[in-house]
Design a protein around this ligand. Structure first.
Ligand SMILES: NC(=O)c1ccc[n+]([C@@H]2O[C@H](COP(=O)([O-])OP(=O)(O)OC[C@H]3O[C@@H](n4cnc5c(N)ncnc54)[C@H](OP(=O)(O)O)[C@@H]3O)[C@@H](O)[C@H]2O)c1
Length: 443
């Protein structure tokens, strides 16, 4: 089946699926007449009383379709991408997203996650200029107030005091039949992608893109070695490819040999299995000579593995970080003099130790990076649309699988690459998660 055949809006698809009357609520995959909005929708919902392991935190509920505001778009969601941020929402930690919104006056008491997705524009609010009902779109995940004073004065919207992640800090994400987004979040869906491919790459792809290309002068240059933690993860899979596209040499870290082939296929020069080392976590006290010597031995041996892969004694000019507490000391140690460690997350913890001597004596840079602006999102979409960047869809389930997919991510046993769920898109050729995982395990 070609990707175009997969669309319910391709020839012969939409008409058969449109029921004669508008109903108050539609079953998943049962599409209302174009542009008509039912009162209610199904969504995968988190409530405070379910905070805990993701597998138990999400439940499908029937809720009112959200209202449209000025400059906003109502999208009929076809597919939604799975990301780590809704592991945090499910746990209710480090941010209780529902309580945080309550403080700001939103007393809805529930959370609909999902910070990326693909779908069809179903209705547009007042003031929307460029997006039309019926357009097929890919959704980016950061929201801001376009009228904010800092943006009016020229700030990159990602740095605006008003920025917040849709489907994480803000409610009504893509794990629902309908979602509300701002107009600038809509990017044209590349026609060659299935709904699930279009739904799975934006968050990790654009975040990695900004990390690797958004912080001059530390942008990937031809020949630059780049160390990528979690090479088989969502960010890592996109980062390996972006580094190669820009002429750099990606070196991927993994925790299981079964992930090596995925990283090599995407273009990694080599992989390092972090399970062969044990110096992870916070730094020992600087006065504890014995512990410090043990730690330095671990970090040096890790660094030598990079040289072995490169075939010469060169250190990474850029280190792509997101694992945080466990790995920051090593990242800062192995990063080249004058190089940059660029970090967008802290999966293993937030108290990251830093031996300041490595920072100043070798004049390294530790740079925070968060998601991406509209230009970066559009550039990534075009790279994927033109076939130069593989969206790396590893598995696609259904809306009812949202909790299970996040649980696998939390347990770090998810398949390499990016995952998605179908919401309204037709359920064809899905492979269940167990058989996907079984196929990845070497016999
Ligand atoms: N700020 C932003 O805009 C933004 C955007 C995207 C993601 N993030 C954050 O970035 C992190 C990763 O996201 P992702 O989508 O890439 O998740 P992912 O698909 O789960 O991949 C992360 C990878 O990190 C590796 N990892 C896990 N624990 C580790 C540890 N203790 N030490 C070293 N490596 C470890 C794992 O690979 P191995 O076990 O094979 O090493 C895992 O596959 C999350 O914390 C997420 O919230 C932030």
């Amino acid at each position: 089946m070609s990707p175009a055949d997969h669309s319910p809006f391709s020839e012969g698809g939409l008409l058969e699926r449109i029921p004669a009357m508008v109903k108050p609520c539609y079953e998943l995959g049962d599409i209302p007449p174009m542009g008509s909005v039912p009162e209610q929708m199904y969504a995968s919902v988190i409530r405070p009383e379910r905070y805990g392991p993701p597998v138990d935190a999400f439940e499908i509920e029937r809720l009112p379709v959200p209202e449209l505001g000025r400059g906003q778009i109502l999208v009929l969601v076809m597919a939604a991408g799975i990301n780590y941020n809704n592991v945090w929402s499910a746990l209710g930690s480090p941010l209780d997203v529902i309580a945080a919104r309550a403080k700001a006056g939103d007393l809805s008491g529930f959370h609909i996650g999902g910070s990326e997705g693909s779908g069809v524009v179903w209705a547009v609010g007042e003031g929307v200029r460029d997006v039309k009902v019926g357009s097929e779109v890919v959704l980016s995940g950061l929201q801001w107030d376009e009228t904010a004073a800092d943006i009016r004065l020229g700030a990159d919207p990602v740095l605006s005091t008003t920025q917040a992640v849709w489907g994480y800090e803000n409610n009504y994400g893509s794990f629902a039949q309908f979602t509300v987004v701002d107009e600038y979040q809509c990017h044209p869906k590349p026609a060659n992608l299935t709904w699930e491919e279009a739904a799975c790459f934006m968050l990790t792809g654009a975040t990695a893109y900004r990390q690797l290309l958004g912080w001059p002068p530390h942008t990937v240059r031809p020949g630059d070695p780049v160390l990528i933690w979690g090479g088989a993860g969502g960010l890592g899979s996109m980062a390996i490819q972006i580094v190669r596209l820009y002429g750099g040499i990606p070196i991927a870290v993994i925790s299981d040999e079964s992930r090596a082939e995925h990283c090599m296929r995407l273009g990694a020069e080599g992989v390092i299995n972090r399970k062969e080392f044990d110096h992870w976590g916070r730094l020992p006290d600087v006065l504890d000579d014995e512990a410090m010597a043990r730690w330095t031995h671990g970090a040096r041996t890790f660094g030598r593995r990079i040289w072995d892969i490169l075939g010469e004694r060169r250190s990474p000019r850029i280190v792509l970080e997101h694992s945080g507490q466990d790995t920051i000391p090593t990242s800062m140690y192995v990063c080249d003099s004058g190089g940059m460690v660029v970090i967008c997350g802290g999966t293993s913890g937030y108290n990251a130790d830093l031996d300041l001597r490595h920072l100043w004596m070798r004049q390294k840079r530790l740079q925070g990076s968060h998601y991406a602006n509209s230009r970066e999102c559009r550039e990534v979409t075009e790279l994927v649309g033109s076939g130069r960047l593989d969206p790396c869809l590893s598995w696609c389930g259904e809306l009812a699988d949202v909790g299970r997919a996040h649980q696998l991510m939390r347990d770090n046993v998810h398949p390499p690459g990016n995952m998605a769920v179908l919401v309204n898109a037709p359920h064809t050729g899905l492979r269940d998660l167990e058989s996907t995982l079984a196929a990845l395990t070497p016999a």
